[in-house]
Design a protein around this ligand. Structure first.
Ligand code: BG6
Length: 483
């Protein structure tokens, strides 16, 4: 391997999202978010995708693990101290929209919510940890989904603008790094989380998904504009989920299918948010998905805004790669179970217990593909292995599998930097165990810090260090040279 030093100011850290760890879902004026209406367990996505799901919270039938999270709301000082002990240079978290605007359509913010994030940010800064803030991470106000029909409604642009403007104005002098929407391109797979769309409010219709995307693009550009006005030093990025995509073989039919999947999934949103224009293949994509272009509400002013306010950097999550197969029949196709993005099984890769295909080389490819396409700084803001951890009798948690996963991915990052990629930082996902987004489970753990809490909500919530804690501390201390 060709060794290459990461930048001296490389942003090593970890990442979380408000709805998955804060808990306190109805405290101090917080309103309900879409995440608060998502039941726990492997049935979470099937329930969200059913025809009848309408965001009703049914405590008699389901548990809602996001309501309690890991109680970070009350324990954030302890958690930040642990991150500081690992030597974090940055910490990525999100702001719960519903702490600031409980229903989303108010004009006056909830001061108690703003105060919580002031305290959280100040705690980070006290430990010389740079906050990296996602403005919206799968937690839009439930009221906006139920009453306004989610992001397909153009009024959400104004509501988001008010929210973004409020938090950027309040925190923008002390927080440099921001992102507008988490995994904005995930809407093909998770429209409920990212756009507030389920079947009962139009989520099954691509017309709505593309309209919602457009509204989010406009909202994102407005946030970029506000951010730079508040503080020209702010760097504000987009955030996508990137799955390096291979053709299953050299058959040109599969290669073409791979090209198209890359365009539709990996690049459509970044093409707009980074270049400020809809890409050349847009019309054909609309046609394929039955989208009536004339019926989309896209104004000249919108397009001018997108062009004027592209993002400063590209944040992305990378967990796995995907394989495309157009030529084999469904019976012949070995679909990777439990994984919406992975496509068919790649015989060269192993998968996690949740069917996510582990592919460190794919990260080097992702970094090169994104950098060569856009030549904008890249920030890996999520990566990691969801795994079941065992607490030994002596209290140790020997998560060598996690260390191995992260080590191999960091090696690939080093290779990509040697390739010439401008990489800003690395924040592995779920640096402290938290509630899974796709299944609502606690048993799918990513953290360096273990949290004593099970899928049914039993446990002391005590924090303890896994083996990977000291390993990551060493990685940061040596700027990624001692893995
Ligand atoms: C990303 C999301 O898709 O993956 C996170 O941004 C999520 O919110 C993470 O938690 C890991 O996925 P999961 O389903 O294992 O929690």
């Amino acid at each position: 391997m060709e060794k290459q030093q990461f930048k001296s100011d490389f942003l090593w850290g970890g990442a979380t999202a408000a709805n998955q760890l804060e808990g306190a879902y109805n405290r101090d004026g917080k309103g309900l978010s879409v995440a608060d209406a998502m039941p726990g367990g492997k049935q979470r996505f099937p329930i969200l995708e059913s025809e009848t799901f309408d965001w009703t919270i049914d405590d008699n039938t389901y548990i809602y693990p996001n309501h309690r999270g890991i109680d970070h709301y009350d324990r954030f000082k302890e958690d930040i101290a642990l991150f500081a002990e690992m030597g974090f240079k940055c910490y990525r978290f999100s702001i719960a929209w519903t702490r600031i605007f409980p229903n989303g359509d108010e004009t006056t913010p909830n001061e108690a919510g703003l105060k919580f994030y002031d305290d959280l940010i100040d705690e980070c800064l006290k430990h010389s940890i740079e906050p990296v803030i996602t403005i919206s991470h799968y937690e839009m106000p439930l009221h906006l989904a139920k009453t306004y029909g989610g992001w397909k409604n153009r009024q959400l642009i104004d509501f988001y603008e008010t929210f973004a403007s409020t938090v950027l104005t309040r925190f923008g002098k002390k927080v440099t790094y921001w992102m507008t929407f988490n995994e904005i391109n995930s809407a093909f797979h998770f429209p409920a989380l990212s756009q507030g769309l389920v079947k009962s409010n139009g989520g099954g219709d691509y017309q709505n998904i593309f309209q919602a995307w457009h509204n989010q693009f406009v909202a994102s550009s407005k946030a970029v504009k506000i951010a730079h006005e508040v503080n020209p030093a702010i760097q504000i990025g987009c955030m996508i989920i990137y799955a390096t995509t291979y053709s299953i073989d050299a058959n040109p039919t599969n290669q073409v299918a791979t090209l198209i999947q890359n365009q539709e999934f990996n690049y459509f949103c970044t093409d707009v948010q980074v270049r400020g224009e809809y890409p050349a293949y847009t019309k054909r994509t609309y046609k394929k998905y039955g989208v009536d272009e004339q019926a989309l509400e896209i104004t000249k002013e919108d397009l001018a805004l997108l062009k004027a306010y592209p993002v400063d950097y590209i944040g992305f999550s990378y967990y796995m790669s995907s394989a495309v197969n157009e030529t084999m029949t469904v019976e012949e196709t070995d679909v990777v179970t439990g994984n919406l993005l992975g496509g068919v099984r790649n015989p060269f890769l192993e998968a996690s217990e949740w069917g996510w295909q582990i592919d460190p080389d794919g990260l080097r490819i992702a970094l090169n593909e994104l950098y060569n396409r856009y030549e904008k700084p890249l920030f890996i803001v999520e990566n990691g292995l969801g795994a079941i951890d065992t607490v030994e009798e002596d209290g140790q948690i020997n998560d060598d599998y996690r260390i191995d996963y992260l080590r191999r991915h960091i090696e690939s990052m080093g290779e990509a930097v040697a390739d010439g990629v401008d990489l800003m930082g690395y924040t592995p996902w779920g640096c402290i165990d938290l509630v899974s987004a796709s299944t609502g489970e606690m048993s799918k753990r990513y953290g360096f810090v273990y949290v004593d809490l099970d899928d049914e909500g039993n446990g002391t919530l005590n924090r303890s260090k896994k083996k990977s804690f000291d390993w990551y501390k060493k990685v940061i201390a040596t700027n990624g040279t001692d893995l």
